[in-house]
Design a protein around this ligand. Structure first.
Ligand code: NAD
Length: 342
């Protein structure tokens, strides 16, 4: 991780009254810096307001106050897999609450369009980053770019995920490994690099708390027939959530998971060509189903509250996780009663 990416998060919380409502942007152009200091002396900036600081050997950092009054104004959030689906909805929600949002997705064009849409709609700055969450250097770069552009990281939403369903007879090692790489290994990478930034912030702002949130699934809470690659990756995600939570609690970093039920209106299910409704209809997975609507009704009937999970349901859970200061290591179900916790 570049040193500048580790300096910016400290500057954000040393600035002014220390509430972090300041954007710190890195530049190599050190001209017109009002202060020049060495990295060891960063603490001497505490309480000061400045336009541009030069840190010897690292570069310069420009401060832009955030004047927005919304509840997450001044927070920076990354959402992975945010070009579409739940990820897009979560990024849009956080931006609607005033957060600076990074839309990260391996679909570079999709990420760019999503970031532009969210920026226009909510009047906040956004950043699109083309990122493959299964590649360590790509995740490190994502976190680094975020810190250099916005000056830190408050919320990391590990959302990118894929499904490859199939029985033991059908599943290949290749498909199984792909699912584990995206849903499970990438969560480790995201947590590894985001906590580096969050810890720096906590060093100078010991009262502040930060969030790592995994978008898990109801399939992380109970087994899923002929869908073990997915369920296994999500069960594993709960183990990581609990373990990261234990490790990071002393640093004020809460780590929680949200476990949504089936997002029946989302592209994964509803895409007219590749969606699960069409796939299940063609595979005869739902006995007696003759149309896509029959398949949909079959899945809706499994939910006590009678409908699929929606983005707004997931965002309410995310809002609870961020707002509360006394819970970590939890898996919050959002399943309409389909899965009930013991
Ligand atoms: N759709 C559901 O019914 C449902 C239910 C419960 C949980 N979830 C979980 O919610 C999350 C989002 O699901 P969704 O249905 O919105 O998915 P989606 O398929 O609509 O979108 C997933 C996004 O992730 C991106 N992505 C895939 N692999 C990536 C990679 N290696 N690097 C970066 N980006 C990558 C895709 O490009 C896409 O934009 C997943 O973790 C999923 O397991 C979904």
């Amino acid at each position: 991780m570049r040193n500048a990416a580790l300096i910016a998060p400290k500057l954000r919380f040393l600035y002014g009254n220390g509430d972090g409502k300041i954007k710190i942007t890195y530049t190599q152009d050190t001209e017109n810096s009002s202060i020049t200091i060495s990295e060891e002396d960063l603490e001497t900036l505490r309480g000061l307001t400045f336009k541009k600081v030069c840190v010897k050997g690292a570069g310069a950092f420009v401060a832009t106050p955030v004047t927005d009054g919304r509840k997450y104004a001044g927070k920076t959030a990354i959402v992975t897999g945010a070009a579409q689906g739940f990820g897009f909805g979560i990024a849009d929600y956080l931006a609607s609450c005033g957060a600076l949002v990074v839309v990260a997705d391996m679909n570079a064009d999709g990420a760019k369009t999503a970031a532009e849409t969210i920026c226009k709609k909510n009047g906040v700055e956004t950043l699109a980053v083309a990122c493959d969450v299964t590649k360590e250097e790509s995740v490190e770069e994502l976190i680094e770019m975020t810190s250099l552009k916005f000056g830190g990281l408050d919320v990391y939403v590990n959302n990118a995920g894929i499904v490859r369903a199939g029985s033991l007879d059908e599943m290949t090692l290749r498909a199984f490994t792909l699912v584990e790489n995206v849903n499970y290994n990438a969560y480790f990478l995201g947590a590894k690099y985001s906590q580096m930034i969050m810890k720096r912030q906590r060093e100078v702002a010991p009262d502040r708390m930060f969030d790592i949130i995994e978008i898990n699934s109801k399939s992380g809470l109970e087994g899923s027939n002929k869908n073990f690659a997915y369920a296994g990756s999500k069960f594993g995600g709960i183990g990581l959530t609990q373990s990261f939570a234990l490790e990071l609690a002393p640093y004020g970093i809460k780590v929680n998971a949200v476990c949504p039920g089936n997002f029946l209106d989302g592209p994964l299910w509803s895409d007219p060509e590749k969606g699960l409704f069409v796939q299940y209809l063609n595979a005869g997975k739902v006995p007696g189903a003759k149309t896509v609507e029959d398949v949909r009704r079959f899945y809706e009937a499994k939910v006590p509250l009678g409908r699929g999970c929606r983005t707004e349901d997931v965002c309410l859970a995310i809002s609870y996780i961020i707002d509360q200061k006394y819970e970590t290591g939890q898996a919050v179900p959002v399943t309409g009663g389909q899965v009930m916790m013991r």
